[in-house]
Ligand binder design. Structure first.
Ligand SMILES: *[C@@H]1O[C@H](CO)[C@@H](O)[C@H](O)[C@H]1NC(C)=O
Ligand SMILES: *[C@@H]1O[C@H](CO)[C@@H](O)[C@H](O)[C@H]1NC(C)=O
Ligand SMILES: *[C@@H]1O[C@H](CO)[C@@H](O)[C@H](O)[C@H]1NC(C)=O
Ligand SMILES: *[C@@H]1O[C@H](CO)[C@@H](O)[C@H](O)[C@H]1NC(C)=O
Length: 760
């Protein structure tokens, strides 16, 4: 029944013709997202089972913006719109609701809010903005409360939320009015340090200290300490001071356009405010420029988020921050991650001040006579009037704090980050960063000992792009939580079992994963004392790390396959041999035996090898990946025909084999019965183009009286094409397999599935 495996009959010629046309017309596959900066080694689309995400949602609740992990790490408190929730996150998988309390804005405030032309459907609600652990029995929470910020205490009982205190307090300066405005707050020694917008219009930024026994302190709105657009993104406490990270319009540079700049500000925890001057105001407010840049490039001047990674000693502590640039280059955003050492920040605040020359409106360096105590230092007791007068005008430091760029990446906008240290098998501590993007994906980045970061993976959380609002890492569970408009995603920080071989496990360079040679699996590294396990974070060299495994047995540049997939040739069908591209950092090529694949009857499309079966097509086909200077077969196929089975290469003896079915594309005679899956549109295009070309030629020929005779000949020539040729234009034959079409029983048996299957 089946045709001989390709002679020179018209069907095969037609098949070959179509094959070549198809290759010409295939769209260029995924034009690699070039751009600058490291590529994530592996990408997972939303819903990919290899990176199983769990989703927590609660009917009727939205905007899961504020996250707080309990001290024991087992409960995640969540501030959503008009509600606070306690979630059990002790176990892997989706967080479970323990309980929740509602805290809606009052009806009267909602009415007022709507009267002030704010939306009663999207804005006039209580958006939770501050959620901190106040003491063992209470959380402290603040929300926008329908553009009228308010704060309250929420009782706790065994980490269940018991009640919302009826007594509300004024939340101005702690929570913004507008949910769209930035804010930050941190509770230190029972005092809440917050930075946000202090008015309805969002034109008056404030740094404030509330709660605790010390006086409430604020920034002075009549002094130009903060520009009116200052936007706070993070607050980090240190031994004596609290640092605030924000961005604002820079006033100290002469620049033709509005220049934004990132800043770090400090206030002393023990500040008590001035006596006559600066009453109830900070007397220790200082700010300095933060610089995150790469040589020869515009600086990344807009800070988006910052976190502290405490070191063994306070001088090792570092701040990690994500930045974007105010300028877009080539229509895409570029983001950067920079790290700043706390001691550099401290040094800047101990250096010279800047001073504004009132006549020229220029900032100059103020060469300070040494005074003691130094203005702005955290010396105990009230400062002298002289020192306070000085502080009013000298709040900008001369020295800038220069960060180290760990990662610069174009085409993404990082919005949040979380950072942890992970100890590798080599005994070194590696900084792991989880970076949330404005389109809802999460990058896992690792900082190598050399100081640059590489991206282990990218996990797309949302099917539809949407920004990640907040990230929270639960280190004891190894879970990353991401709050967004509709709920909370939780993602294990690693799934080592996606790396199926030692080679892949080592090349991944994930500090959380290592190869267990006994169980022959890539496993989560819980303690770094698994001495027999394999990992090579610095070099990612599997030849070295997997030396005792099957890979290292040969000194050949490429290793033996672990399994061979057997594929049978089906007449008149293009075989599609898929090759999963496990790593975006590898380059892939196909080999046949020890040589290259013949070009006339094959093509690589989207990683897969398309093979047109011809005489002598059989043999070993391997997709070889080369990564980090190391080559290994990703997949190996033994292509064979049923009629004339090939003898197996003795080199390959002993390797397990499995018979597989690969996607087929029917051409020639088969096209009538089995259209194919993904190439259908291309066939359509081919056919339409063919028709256009032929009719174009026809018109040209008919227009020329001399050619008229010849034209008839051409038209007839066209008419002699087999009837099956028209088939791709219509799906009908799929539904009604024609008896006369010469295809094998299985092909017709595939019926209306329209997908050719291999004859087993
Ligand atoms: C991890 O990956 C394996 C293999 O791809 C998959 O079967 C498993 O479901 C994944 N687990 C999680 C938690 O995503
Ligand atoms: C918002 O106000 C409009 C008119 O003022 C009203 O029709 C609508 O029902 C209100 N929506 C909500 C959710 O209260
Ligand atoms: C915690 O703070 C709340 C609110 O100020 C107070 O009522 C409660 O007594 C405090 N609890 C403890 C254990 O200090
Ligand atoms: C490329 O291959 C991948 C899987 O190997 C598949 O998901 C994707 O749809 C293919 N793209 C095209 C354009 O065929």
């Amino acid at each position: 029944m089946a045709l001989p495996a390709l002679g020179l009959d018209p069907w095969s010629l037609l098949g070959l013709f179509f094959f070549q046309l198809l290759l010409l017309l295939l769209p260029p596959p995924t034009a690699g997202e070039g751009g600058q900066g490291p590529m994530p080694r592996v990408r997972y689309d939303a819903g990919d089972p290899r990176r199983g995400l769990s989703l927590f949602q609660q009917k009727g609740l939205r905007d899961f913006d504020t996250l707080l992990l309990s001290g024991d790490g087992n409960t995640l408190y969540v501030g959503a719109r008009e509600a606070v929730l306690a979630l059990d996150v002790q176990h892997p998988g989706a967080p479970r609701l323990k309980n929740m309390v509602l805290w809606p804005a009052s009806e009267s405030k909602k009415r007022e809010c709507a009267l002030k032309k704010k939306s009663n459907e999207t804005e006039c609600f209580n958006f939770l903005r501050v959620l901190v652990s106040f003491n063992a029995t209470h959380l402290y929470a603040c929300g926008t409360f329908a553009f009228s910020p308010a704060c309250t205490y929420i009782g706790l009982q065994d980490s269940f939320l018991s009640s919302v205190s009826e007594k509300l307090t004024e939340g101005k300066g702690q929570s913004p009015f507008d949910p769209a405005h930035k804010h930050t707050a941190v509770l230190v020694d029972g005092m809440l340090f917050s930075g946000t917008m202090n008015n309805f219009l969002g034109s008056e930024p404030i740094l404030m200290r509330t709660l605790g026994s010390r006086p409430v302190l604020k920034t002075d709105t009549f002094l130009p300490w903060l520009q009116s657009d200052a936007s706070f993104v993070a607050a980090v406490p240190s031994a004596q001071v609290v640092y605030f990270f924000f961005e604002e319009t820079a006033s100290e540079f002469d620049f033709f356009e509005k220049l934004r700049t990132s800043r770090v500000a400090q206030v002393c925890k023990n500040d008590v405010g001035g006596d006559k001057l600066l009453q109830k105001k900070w007397t220790t407010f200082l700010k300095a420029q933060l610089l995150c840049a790469q040589p020869g490039q515009l600086p990344f001047n807009v800070i988006r988020h910052a976190v502290l990674l405490p070191g063994e000693s306070s001088s090792d502590s570092r701040v990690y921050a994500v930045f974007t640039s105010q300028w877009q280059i080539g229509g895409t955003r570029t983001s950067a991650v920079c790290t700043f050492s706390l001691s550099d920040i401290e040094r800047a605040f101990k250096g010279q001040y800047k001073e504004l020359n009132k006549e020229t409106s220029r900032w100059t360096t103020y060469v300070s006579p040494a005074t003691s105590p130094r203005p702005g230092s955290c010396a105990a007791g009230p400062a002298s009037d002289k020192a306070l007068t000085f502080m009013k005008d000298h709040f900008l430091m001369d020295e800038k704090v220069v960060g180290t760029a760990l990662l610069v990446k174009s085409g993404v906008e990082y919005t949040r980050l979380e950072v942890e240290a992970a100890r590798g098998l080599d005994g070194h501590s590696y900084v792991v960063m989880y970076l949330g993007t404005s389109t809802g994906s999460l990058h896992k980045a690792v900082v190598s000992q050399g100081g640059s970061a590489y991206l282990v993976e990218e996990v797309q959380l949302f099917p539809e792009p949407e920004p990640i609002r907040n990230l929270q890492l639960a280190p004891s569970q190894g879970t990353v939580f991401a709050g967004f408009s509709g709920g909370i995603w939780s993602l294990p920080r690693a799934n080592c079992s996606v790396y199926e071989s030692c080679v892949d496990c080592v090349l991944a360079r994930d500090p959380h994963c290592a190869w267990d040679p006994e169980l022959r699996v890539c496993s989560l590294l819980r303690t770094p004392d698994q001495i027999s396990w394999k990992q090579d974070l610095e070099r990612g060299n599997p030849e070295w790390a997997c030396a005792k495994g099957p890979v290292g047995r040969s000194r050949r540049p490429q290793s033996r396959p672990q399994i061979i997939k057997e594929v049978l040739v089906v007449p008149n069908s293009i075989l599609e041999l898929p090759c999963p591209h496990l790593s975006a950092l590898a380059s892939y090529r196909w080999s046949r035996g020890t040589g290259t694949v013949p070009e006339a009857s094959s093509a690589v499309y989207n990683g897969s090898l398309l093979l047109l079966p011809q005489d002598g097509v059989g043999g070993l086909y391997q997709c070889i990946a080369t990564e980090n200077g190391f080559s290994y077969p990703v997949v190996s196929y033994w292509v064979d025909s049923q009629d004339r089975p090939l003898a197996l290469d003795p080199e390959l003896a002993g390797i397990p084999r499995e018979r597989v079915q690969v996607p087929l594309t029917r051409v020639g005679g088969g096209a009538a019965a089995a259209a194919q899956r993904s190439y259908w549109p291309h066939f359509l295009v081919v056919t339409v183009l063919l028709a256009l070309v032929l009719s174009g030629a026809l018109i040209v020929l008919l227009a020329s009286p001399l050619g008229a005779l010849r034209a008839r000949g051409k038209v007839q020539g066209c008419g002699t094409l087999p009837p099956g040729e028209k088939a791709p234009l219509s799906r009908e034959p799929c539904l009604q397999p024609r008896k006369e079409s010469r295809t094998s029983a299985t092909d017709v048996g595939a019926g209306n599935s329209c997908v050719g299957t291999e004859v087993a």
